[in-house]
Ligand binder design. Structure first.
Ligand code: ACO
Length: 324
């Protein structure tokens, strides 16, 4: 069976940066509390003319340029988001229209913070069937639009942004553990934990968009347990030891979740890519945004073995082992 590999990455962030100090002027919080409990120092917040689609388009264009391929060669767009521009159509179709690759397959995936991991696996599977040869896989969010800005326990944690990768089907002769590609992936969901992390609105219930609600400490505990377990599953599936991993690119929810998960698995902290200090939690955008950041600053290099992992509302969680 053929596999697929990442040809290029890109990201986009809203122009406006909001520091913890600025937030402390609006809600009863402090820079010290936010930094100590989360590692977050600032986040980008979308202005009126910036939406999930505009950020996704920016990230997609950057990924196409990085890959050196034309949008007309894209046969599939999978966009992960929990904050689409409209209830329908899929934000992926707005990206498609802007890029001018009309006619290709385009749809959204809703798995909240794990959305990019889900989208990557779905795109990889579709490329393996031969449905398309090249795909854009995007994570894009404007969580600022679903935050309750009066709730200090949640509004300080999130930011807006987008990240994207160009994925290409690789030929059989390029397969093997040292060849670039997606080597192994595992996805999970457990709907029993709905009330720990959800949005209290939607078209079919309240006919409103609603606000994010979270029981943070309980989510924290589940995150460390579920992420450690799925990372072990993927390592086992790929027959790879923790020491062989060059980089872990985790969902950027909270620096303490990243530290606790790495510690539980015996992963050296210097191998963990951290962007939560600058971007906060950008949900489905956080993994591709962190991947692109670390590629562009020169840390992640071609040939590196990289573990991507995320957990979010649902709960949903997953991990992918890729060779760049
Ligand atoms: N500023 C100041 N004080 C605050 C704030 C704030 N922004 N928010 C809460 N507090 C107070 C609380 O009211 C509480 O006060 P009390 O002791 O007088 O009752 C105190 O700080 C401690 O609150 P906790 O909720 O126990 O703090 P905790 O150390 O658990 O940190 C946090 C909270 C940051 C939300 C943490 O639980 C967390 O990160 N959880 C993971 C959730 C997450 O990241 N979810 C994202 C989506 S899922 C995912 O990505 C994994």
């Amino acid at each position: 069976m053929k596999g697929s590999r990442i040809l290029g990455t890109g990201s986009a962030l809203p122009r406006r940066i909001v520091t913890n100090a600025e937030l402390a002027e609006r809600v009863d919080t402090s820079d010290q509390w936010i930094v100590e409990r989360t590692g977050i120092r600032q986040r980008h917040i979308a202005e009126a003319d910036e939406t999930t689609a505009t950020l996704a388009i920016g990230a997609a264009r950057a990924a196409l340029a990085d890959a050196g391929v034309d949008a007309s060669t894209i046969g599939l767009i999978v966009l992960a988001t929990a904050t689409p521009d409209n209830t329908f159509p899929a934000t992926a179709t707005k990206v498609q229209a802007a890029l001018g690759c009309n006619g290709c397959v385009a749809f959204d995936v809703a798995a909240v913070c794990s959305g990019f991991l889900y989208a990557l696996s779905v795109a990889d599977s579709l490329l393996k069937t031969g449905m398309a040869r090249r795909a854009l896989v995007i994570g894009a969010e404007t969580f600022s639009r679903i935050l309750d800005w009066e709730d200090r326990t949640t509004c300080v944690l999130f930011g807006d942004g987008a990240g994207a990768v160009v994925l290409e089907a690789s030929s059989d002769d390029a397969a093997g553990p040292d060849a670039p590609g997606i080597l192994a992936a595992r996805l999970h969901a457990d709907g029993a934990h709905h009330d720990l992390l959800y949005v209290d609105g939607g078209p079919s219930t309240t006919q409103t968009v609603g606000h994010l609600r979270m029981r943070g400490p309980e989510v924290f505990r589940h995150a460390v347990t579920n992420l450690s377990s799925v990372l072990r599953e993927v390592l086992e599936e790929a027959n790879v030891s923790v020491d062989q991993i060059d980089w872990v690119v985790p969902h950027q929810a909270n620096a303490r979740i990243l530290d606790a998960t790495a510690k539980k698995l015996g992963i050296a902290p210097e191998k963990v890519i951290v962007t939560v200090d600058r971007h906060a939690n950008t949900s489905a955008a956080s993994v591709p945004l962190a991947l692109d950041t670390a590629r562009r600053d020169g840390r992640i290099k071609p040939g590196d073995l990289i573990m991507l992992e995320a957990m979010g509302g649902g709960f949903t969680w997953g991990a992918s082992l890729i060779r760049l």
